[in-house]
Design a protein around this ligand. Structure first.
Ligand code: HPA
Length: 274
């Protein structure tokens, strides 16, 4: 079965469970999953039950798809994501985003937890992604291209939709939070970076660093979706704070910001649908 048929089968399973067409998809990052509980009229399904979905094994990630409403927008919320560092093929990492497009999704909001490189960022801040640097060492489009999904050589000169950046920045201002806009640099992980690597990445122009988002953004642009990206700065990057990094710290910051994160998404998502 080729990729196109696998997408159709997964989308068919989801449509049979709930026929609503999600306009907007949302991928929730580490420690940020609770937003899914706020979705109105929800239909939830486990990734494990959707054909061809890989399962997710990280603490802080449920593995569910929740279809429902945020305001007037019909949404598909991926509560948990498939990470490359778990050992999955990069094509499997972006499969949920491909299925979102298969369901008729037109917009995608990618969220993540990230380390802050920019000296103005503080843990708990949120950064609107304005561009990315892919240092994961892989590209989700490698391999045969199916022209029904998108072009062989997609343009990435505006991955993160400028109007969507404005929506997120305006939302941050409305909830009284600093509206940083920055460059997200993606690595494969799962080890955190060394201080020398962080100095290199800052010199390259990165404002935040993490282990996700970039593959999904590339696949979404491949299929012509409009993309928004939001990083929750969970910690200062390695060497910028006087202590070691832990996944626990990432989850704890997620816990602290979740109220504002939920407020922001509740405001912004209906605006990403119109
Ligand atoms: N580095 C990489 N990924 C991360 C970090 C970090 O400091 N914080 C949260 N995800």
């Amino acid at each position: 079965m080729d990729l196109y048929e696998r997408i159709a089968e997964a989308a068919g399973y989801i449509k049979a469970a709930d026929p609503r067409t999600p306009r907007v998809g949302v991928v929730l990052g580490s420690g940020l999953g609770e937003f899914a509980e706020t979705v109105a009229d929800p239909t939830a399904m486990a990734f494990a039950d959707i054909p061809h979905f890989k399962n997710v094994g990280v603490a802080g990630h449920a593995a569910r798809l929740v279809l429902g409403r945020v305001g007037r927008a019909t949404v598909a919320v991926f509560q948990g994501r498939i990470h490359y560092y778990e050992g999955h093929d990069i094509a499997d990492v972006v499969f949920p985003v491909r299925v979102l497009a298969g369901l008729g999704g037109q917009s995608l909001l990618l969220t993540n937890a990230a380390g802050g490189l920019n000296r103005e960022y503080r843990p708990g801040d949120m950064m609107v992604i304005r561009d990315h640097i892919n240092l994961m060492g892989v590209n989700p489009l490698r391999g045969p291209n199916d022209d029904r999904l998108g072009p062989r050589f997609p343009d990435l000169s505006a991955v993160y939709d400028p109007a969507f950046q404005d929506v997120l920045a305006a939302g941050l201002a409305e909830i009284g939070r600093p509206a940083h806009r920055g460059v997200y640099l993606a690595l494969s992980g799962p080890s955190y970076e060394t201080p020398a690597e962080i100095r290199m990445m800052a010199a390259l122009g990165a404002d935040a660093v993490g282990m996700s988002t970039v593959p999904e953004a590339i696949a979404a642009r491949h299929m012509g979706m409009r993309v928004a990206g939001l990083s929750c700065i969970s910690n200062l990057a390695a060497g910028l704070a006087a202590r070691a990094l832990t996944h626990r710290e990432v989850l704890e910051t997620g816990e602290k910001v979740k109220g504002d994160f939920i407020r922001l998404l509740t405001l912004a998502i209906p605006r990403l649908a119109s």
